[in-house]
Design a protein around this ligand. Structure first.
Ligand code: HMG
Ligand code: MG
Length: 298
């Protein structure tokens, strides 16, 4: 009853590094992304074309995009918040633009300095221009399962944002558990509602593992027929404008579970582990990845 094949979208270079206190040198980012590119992944979120004052860790977005060696069959995406970001992203020749907003007003305001109604026309312009330029587009909705400022988020608010983003013309919507508060029952309730409106192949799940729920929530999503998951090699990650947020679902832990269940991903676990070991050394402290710890233990 589970899907036979799952697509993993690697977000470590973006979501993983955006929250790091230390600035990872551009050449190290490039070397890491080049390793990830050779693992069989088909999608890597490389960086963010946001205001570098807001996210200093990714201020080298243009240089990273220019420096990586692009592998055939891999789509290289980046976050784009506004027109200025889109111009930079076009100049860097991204394959896919990812726009983002929140289901809750307070997180939206803290994260992108605009109300939800003021955000919609900005994102609409990006999605339309990116589509017109032949780029794929992805939409993120954050705080789907809870907001660090408002607490409970009404699923109706998620549906409204999802409707708006699909109306703009996004190719795929990623549902973000920004602060890792979801549980499998809540995941199934939210998906039950969304899958009545949108086909399962248009939805991706983006779990943060703040409370250790990420893999349980992936399993609940698999039961509902979801086939696209975002994760981060090593388990880096978090949103600097969401207090308490920590790493994404760990790519190698997700692969261990899926491959063990007989589900195909096309991604080489050993190569991801090697890439995670590389970035762990650059970060200089041990990362949340269970499989990386297990591999180091013998
Ligand atoms: P703002 O300050 O309101 O922008 O930022 P502004 O339009 O008023 O411009 C102010 C200054 O920023 C100007 O420069 C602009 O040129 C510059 P100044 O005149 O002061 O020298 N600026 C830019 N520079 C470079 N690139 C740009 C850009 N835009 C403005 N694109 C903005 C508004 C949205 C840009 C800002 O709030 C921002 O960058 N926010 C990004 C925050 C962020 O990246 N958060 C993390 C990603 S979201 C996330 O992690 C959640 C997710 O993983 C899913 C989940 O887990 O839920 C996706
Ligand atoms: Mg995230």
């Amino acid at each position: 009853k589970w899907p036979e094949t799952i697509t993993i979208k690697e977000v470590g270079p973006r979501d993983g590094l955006q929250n790091e206190k230390i600035f990872i040198p551009t050449d190290d980012k490039i070397a890491w992304i080049n390793e990830l590119s050779k693992s069989g992944l088909t999608s890597i979120e490389v960086t963010s074309f946001v205001n570098p004052k807001w996210i200093p860790a990714l201020a080298d977005a243009v240089d990273v995009m220019a420096g990586i060696k692009r592998e055939p069959g891999v789509s290289y995406s980046a976050l784009v918040p506004n027109r200025q970001g889109l111009e930079r992203a076009f100049a860097a020749d991204i394959d896919e633009a990812a726009v983002f907003m929140s289901a809750s007003e307070t997180h939206n305001l803290k994260n992108i300095n605009k109300t939800i109604p003021d955000t919609l026309p900005v994102l609409k312009e990006i999605v339309q221009d990116a589509n017109a330029a032949g780029k794929k587009t992805r939409g993120y909705v954050s705080t789907v399962f809870g907001c660090p400022y408002e607490g409970v988020v009404n699923t109706e608010a998620v549906v409204r944002v999802a409707d708006s983003l699909f109306d703009m013309g996004i190719d795929e919507l990623s549902l973000g558990d920004t602060i890792g508060v979801a549980n499998p029952r809540q995941v199934q309730e939210v998906l039950d509602l969304l899958l009545k409106r949108f086909p399962s192949d248009k939805l991706a799940m983006h779990f943060h593992d703040t409370r250790g729920m990420a893999l349980a929530n992936v399993l609940a999503s698999l039961d509902m027929g979801i086939t696209v998951f975002d994760s981060s090699a090593g388990g880096l990650g978090g949103c600097p404008y969401a207090p308490g947020a920590s790493g994404n679902a760990v790519t190698e832990d997700l692969l261990y579970m899926l491959h063990g269940m007989g589900i195909h991903t096309g991604v080489d676990e050993e190569k991801i582990l090697a890439a995670s070991a590389f970035i762990q050394e650059k970060i200089g402290q041990s990362l949340p990845s269970k499989n990386l710890q297990a591999a180091g233990a013998h």
